[in-house]
Design a protein. Structure first.
Length: 133
């Protein structure tokens, strides 16, 4: 199979065959540098994705019963309670309460989003003040 390693090898062999050793060495150094940069960028992207996934809440507290359930088991239309310091586990609309939400993990902005009744929420925000239902 003809891949980048084969092409780089052919370039180095060609440079040596015509006696241009410096060109062959430059190809090897640049290829090694590009491979190192690719590995570093891939690891950084993988770590960023893992950090984002870790922000996802695992459980939700049902507002009616106070029962804690897995987020995947919350049915559409179910009311959930979000206490101060908790992450908003699912998308929804504030039914009761008022708070400030930290959406910096989604937008990168450090300002808080003031949330009152009838404001749409985005999951994975962090409730900083009063509880919500």
């Amino acid at each position: 199979m003809l891949d980048i390693n084969t092409l780089m090898s052919l370039a180095v062999i060609g440079a040596i065959a015509i006696g241009d050793y410096e060109e062959g060495a430059a190809v090897v150094v640049l290829f090694a540098l590009s491979d190192w940069l690719e590995t570093k960028a891939t690891a950084k992207a993988r770590n960023a994705i893992e950090a984002i996934i870790s922000l996802r809440p695992e459980v939700a507290v049902l507002a009616d019963s106070g029962e804690t359930v897995e987020v995947e088991k919350v049915a559409v239309g179910t009311r959930v309670a979000v206490k101060s310091g908790d992450k908003v586990p699912i998308d929804g609309v504030v039914d009761d309460g008022e708070t400030a939400l930290d959406e910096s993990n989604l937008t990168g902005e450090s300002r808080l989003l003031r949330s009152a009744m009838e404001r749409t929420k985005i999951k994975c925000m962090l409730s900083l003040r009063e509880p919500l239902c």
